[in-house]
Design a protein around this ligand. Structure first.
Ligand code: NAP
Length: 313
């Protein structure tokens, strides 16, 4: 079957259409005919070989954390899934079965849920992985209603979902934004907006002198955002920062793979997309053979909304 992958790590030009064996659903698994696969920052890292040691598959390496499409095989013991269901799924590209950028992908049944009613399949592909990451960050930070959360990278997909989920949970959100993103971040539900950048902690402190209850660090500022957090607060980091923030601040290393089988969370995200709590944002679609261009666009920065590869015929 067709997939997008690399046999050698490198720049976007290393991405090729590759032919890989068609997978089949084993017990407890479903196979999805992929219609849409989102392109995430982690895919750039996989392609470049930045996490080569974590790959548990032979080459070609196929990226992709998010798939949406139609179930076309169900293994034994997969509960409610039926052939023909339109689903979205979180996929683990570093695992033995590879990623979502392929004509078919096999996932544990728990990792797939119906796409949100009213959403098209391309938009649905933007939700599972980052939605789950945002959900996980908020679960770990355990913010009481009425507390204040600061979000960096708020115009991004993770950041945007955090802003929207936190607001829905009654949390007061301070979000960073470049001038051109202020309207977007405001619409997402930020209560107050601060100028983005390495000195963002200073602007957050200016609004909350004792520091915020927690920070969700979508911009991966790590130690640069620590001063924004109050003594004893929390910091959700997305790329494994293992520094010591001091002052009793708890660092939560978010790894979405740990929640990949959390069907209840995926269903909750689906419902939030249906009731308008979450906004699904698509920047642009590309054909699989244009994957290199898609990676170049994401790598250049400034993309608002997710880039999606369209695998439909
Ligand atoms: N650990 C996990 O399980 C997990 C899961 C999901 C995502 N992640 C990671 O989380 C990060 C965010 O993912 P995403 O999908 O939300 O990416 P995204 O959509 O590209 O959003 C990142 C946002 O941060 C902004 N940004 C970049 N550098 C910044 C800086 N120095 N100061 C302020 N803002 C800055 C970007 O703006 P520009 O576009 O203008 O640069 C963009 O708006 C990525 O590093 C991703 O790999 C980790």
């Amino acid at each position: 079957m067709r997939a997008v992958g690399v046999t050698e790590f490198g720049g976007p030009e290393t991405l090729r259409i590759v032919d890989v064996p068609e997978p089949h659903a084993g017990p407890g698994e479903v196979r999805i005919r992929v219609h849409a696969a989102a392109v995430n920052p982690s895919d750039l890292a996989l392609r470049a070989g930045m996490r080569a040691g974590a790959l548990r598959q032979p080459p070609p390496y196929v990226p992709g954390w998010d798939a949406a499409g139609v179930v076309d095989e169900v293994g034994e013991g997969t509960g409610g899934h039926r052939v023909g269901d339109a689903v979205m799924a979180v996929v683990q590209p570093f695992g033995p079965r590879g990623g979502a950028c392929a004509d078919h992908v096999v996932v544990p049944a728990e990792s797939a849920v119906p796409i949100p009613a009213g959403a098209d399949v391309v938009a649905a592909a933007t939700l599972p992985m980052n939605g789950l990451t945002a959900w996980l960050a908020l679960e770990r930070l355990a913010l009481p209603s009425g507390s204040t959360l600061a979000v960096t990278g708020a115009a991004g997909i993770f950041g945007g979902y955090v802003v929207q989920l936190a607001k829905a949970a009654g949390v007061r959100v301070i979000a960073d934004a470049a001038a051109r993103d202020e309207d977007l971040v405001h619409r997402l539900g930020a209560y107050q907006i601060v100028r983005r950048g390495d000195d963002v902690a200073q602007w957050i402190r200016a609004l909350v002198p004792h520091g915020v209850y927690a920070v969700a660090d979508g911009a991966v500022l790590d130690e640069r955002v620590v001063p924004a957090v109050r003594d004893g607060g929390g910091l959700a980091v997305l790329r494994g920062w293992d520094g010591d923030p001091g002052r009793g601040i708890a660092v939560h290393k978010i790894m979405v793979g740990t929640a990949a089988r959390n069907t209840a969370a995926l269903d909750e995200l689906r419902r939030h997309a249906e009731d308008g709590t979450l906004t699904l944002r698509v920047a642009r679609t590309f054909r699989p053979e244009e994957a290199a261009e898609a990676h170049r666009m994401l790598e250049a920065g400034g993309v608002r909304g997710r880039i999606v590869l369209d695998f439909r015929d």
